[in-house]
Design a protein around this ligand. Structure first.
Ligand code: ATP
Length: 306
């Protein structure tokens, strides 16, 4: 009974933490770490971080042995450059970011940061070098200032405000009756997906990591929000090694390289222009998405007219 009670207790604890919105992805992983799925090697060294060049070499991965997700993926994100990963839903795009952050270990091949295998360094030093803007940021039940400052607890008020400015969320905060002291989270003000993502970007600007992983929200955003988020991302990804897991193709146009993932392999790769000229999978995803956006905008215009 005791054997059963301990894991049940643990699950209950994690569940409550999530329910209360008291956690974010990194904190949650710290909690899940207790189960020690991924552990530091006894001889693990601190990551010696430079400009954060990333290399995936022949990476194979499956959550469940019967269903391989990644079947030999190789690509590089040179220091300071941006690589975007696109592909159909379920292709394994987010899985790439989870492996880089070492939520899981690869089953074959390697992932290196500045030439060091992510499996050979301490998780703490690896994660300190990476800023993660997840699809859905869970906010703490605290002030909006605290939620931004979480990126670097020692940051001053003016640094928090400068980060909010750069992340295009400052105007929104100024418009709140309590400004930076407004309570957010489950028990406070509920923010929209786009607002939460900008809070996460402000956090990351304060953390100032050499590597950035951006997992875009799947949900459609209105054009204005999308432009604000894009402007915020341009600030945060400048001179940083950036891996974008892209769901909306509009954000990938300026990427140095686009990787098209399908059925566990890289189906196509190149810049936006090269892939459009190629007239393959990317070009068809692009035209489909453009048609969908145009149809949506037309529908909006009709609704506004009526
Ligand atoms: P989307 O565009 O829909 O977000 P994606 O390309 O990012 O999809 P992943 O989240 O990487 O896809 O998932 C790839 C596959 O792995 C999916 O089929 C998914 O169901 C499966 N998967 C994801 N996480 C787990 C998990 N923790 N355990 C088992 N299977 C999982």
């Amino acid at each position: 009974l005791i054997q059963l009670a301990i894991p049940l207790n643990f699950i209950g604890f994690v569940y409550r933490e999530i329910r209360q919105g008291l956690t974010d992805i990194e904190h949650m992983f710290d909690l899940l770490d207790i189960q020690a799925e991924v552990v530091d090697r006894p001889d693990a060294k601190e990551l010696d971080i430079g400009h954060g060049a990333i290399a995936f070499k022949d990476v194979h991965f499956a959550y469940d042995a019967a269903r391989p997700i990644l079947k030999g993926i190789s690509f590089e994100v040179p220091a300071g450059k941006t690589v975007a990963v696109v592909g159909p839903s379920g292709a394994g795009k987010s899985t790439l970011s989870r492996l880089l952050y070492r939520f899981y270990d690869v089953q074959r091949g390697s992932i290196t940061v500045d030439g060091q295998d992510v499996g050979d360094v301490t998780q703490k030093s690896l994660r300190a070098a990476i800023g993660m803007v997840p699809q859905d940021t869970v906010l703490f039940n605290d002030t909006i200032a605290y939620n931004i400052r979480y990126g670097r607890m020692a940051a001053s008020d003016s640094e928090v405000e400068a980060a909010a400015e750069a992340a295009q969320i400052a105007d929104f905060i100024r418009g709140l009756p309590e400004g930076y002291r407004a309570m957010v989270g489950e028990r406070g003000l509920k923010l929209s997906g786009g607002e939460k993502q900008r809070v996460a970007i402000a956090r990351t600007i304060l953390k100032a990591p050499p590597i950035l992983i951006l997992d875009e929200a799947t949900s459609a955003l209105d054009t204005k929000t999308e432009q604000e988020i894009q402007a915020a991302l341009d600030v945060v990804s400048r001179n940083r090694t950036t891996l974008v897991i892209a769901h909306r193709l509009s954000t990938v146009i300026n990427a140095d390289e686009i990787i098209v993932l399908k059925d566990g392999v890289i189906a196509e790769r190149g810049t936006h222009g090269e892939l459009i000229d190629r007239d393959g999978l990317y070009a068809s995803m692009w035209s489909r998405q453009r048609e969908a956006t145009q149809a949506e905008e037309q529908l909006k215009r009709v609704r506004e007219r009526d």
